[in-house]
Write a protein that binds this ligand. Structure first.
Ligand code: ADE
Length: 250
């Protein structure tokens, strides 16, 4: 069966809006429950129905910044996939797009595009039999090797945690999981996608080098614009490639 209904989950508005504008997607205010801050932009591209979801802005803590991190990402993804299924238009594919920190020990440089081969959590440490591997929560991404070759993108594992920086113990889990990149949403989005049996993968652009000598927040702010441009160049090519192809062709 060829792919014709794609959801793209992007945490931050600044990461999503160039792509939304380029593809002329329209805000659909009725897509998410009105109580949620989440936003959906919808339209057709080639032979595909496309829904870009963002996590919206924080109203709970009164900070007004983007709802980054695992909780909003999992809820928004869950609700989007539930809604599409209820509308008898289930998603064929969920793509999580956004920025990430990259490991130079895995060959990452700023501006690189990584497609995920798997995702895991690096900040969920539960030292009880059974719960330890639940905490790590490693999930394979759908195979996208041909797409990576087409984009000239790198492939690697992304680990997720709710901090931009990292703790020594997080570092241990990143190494154990062979992370090429780290982010704040991928594992949560994969979890929600698995619940709905929707194939998923991540497209992650490197804004900062985790095992480099500069603080992540400094490098992140410096390179966010470049990364957003890189994402804007890459995402339409991803959509052009996946639409009308079968999963086996990715
Ligand atoms: N997004 C961009 N850079 C990141 C980092 N170093 N950690 C988590 N998420 C990120």
């Amino acid at each position: 069966m060829s792919i014709s209904n794609v959801v793209v989950a992007i945490a931050m508005e600044a990461e999503a809006s160039p792509f939304v504008n380029q593809l002329k997607l329209q805000l659909d205010p009725s897509f998410f429950p009105t109580e949620t801050p989440f936003r959906a932009f919808r339209g057709r591209h080639n032979n595909c129905n496309l829904t870009v979801i963002t996590n919206g802005m924080d109203v709970v803590y009164g900070t007004g910044v983007d709802n980054v991190g695992t909780v909003p990402a999992a809820i928004a993804t869950f609700l989007a996939l539930q809604k599409l299924k209820a509308d008898t238009d289930p998603a064929d594919l969920l793509i999580n797009a956004g920025t990430c920190g990259g490991f130079k020990r895995k060959g990452a440089t700023v501006g690189d595009v990584f497609l995920t081969t798997a995702v895991a959590n690096h900040d969920r440490r539960i030292d009880i039999p059974g719960f330890a591997s639940y905490g790590v929560g490693k999930v394979e991404s759908t195979s996208v090797e041909r797409l990576a070759a087409h984009l000239d993108a790198k492939l690697g594992i992304c680990t997720t945690g709710n901090s931009l920086d990292y703790h020594e113990l997080d570092s241990h889990h990143m190494l154990q999981n062979d992370a090429s990149v780290k982010d704040m949403e991928a594992a949560a989005i994969a979890w929600a996608s698995e619940i709905w049996s929707t194939p998923h993968f991540g497209v992650k652009v490197v804004t900062d080098i985790v095992d480099g000598d500069r603080p992540s927040h400094e490098e992140f702010m410096e390179n966010l614009g470049t990364a957003a441009t890189s994402l804007q160049r890459t995402l339409p090519r991803v959509i052009d490639y996946v639409c009308d192809r079968t999963h086996d062709e990715l």
